[in-house]
Write a protein that binds this ligand. Structure first.
Ligand code: DHK
Length: 146
């Protein structure tokens, strides 16, 4: 693992639509606002973030394959893939870096199909329901442990 390497912030399907997508559930902040919050939080802790969003499972997996030996940890909001993707979970194990799973909404207060996550059992921590501040909390934690 790269000591003090950048923190990778990954966002999955539909998170590019933040700001206009179901604002009552996900708020009015855009993905750019999220990334700006991540950069500001990291900078305050003398760290850097790199970010990637895709609506494609394969592209997310390809990006995770590039982590090895570079980024020190991953903050991931897998979107709907949280609840469906064994392949994404398998990819996240490969780099052997801490993973923080973030959900903007409280998934446990929503439909039952959102209560199961393929990622949570291999994650260092799970944050759900803090709004976009969950990303900042995840970065703060990764900065402490990596
Ligand atoms: C985002 C999504 O796109 C949903 O599919 C998840 C998550 C919840 C969120 O709260 O950020 O179920």
């Amino acid at each position: 693992m790269a000591a003090h390497g950048p923190i990778l912030v990954l966002n999955g399907p539909n998170l590019n639509m933040l700001g206009t997508r179901q604002p009552d559930v996900y708020g009015r902040d855009t993905l750019d606002d999220v990334l700006e919050l991540c950069s500001r939080t990291a900078a305050r802790l003398d760290r850097e973030v790199v970010a990637f969003q895709s609506n494609s499972e394969g592209e997310l997996i390809d990006r995770i394959h590039k982590v090895r030996g570079f980024e020190s940890g991953i903050v991931i909001n897998p979107g709907g893939l949280t609840h469906t993707s064994v392949a994404l979970r398998d990819a996240l194990v490969i780099p052997e870096v801490p993973i923080i799973e973030v959900h903007i909404s409280n998934v446990y207060a929503r439909e039952e199909f959102r209560h199961h996550s393929y990622v949570s059992p291999i994650a260092t921590a799970v944050i759900s329901g803090l709004g976009i501040h969950g990303y900042a909390a995840a970065i703060e934690h990764l900065a402490r442990i990596t």
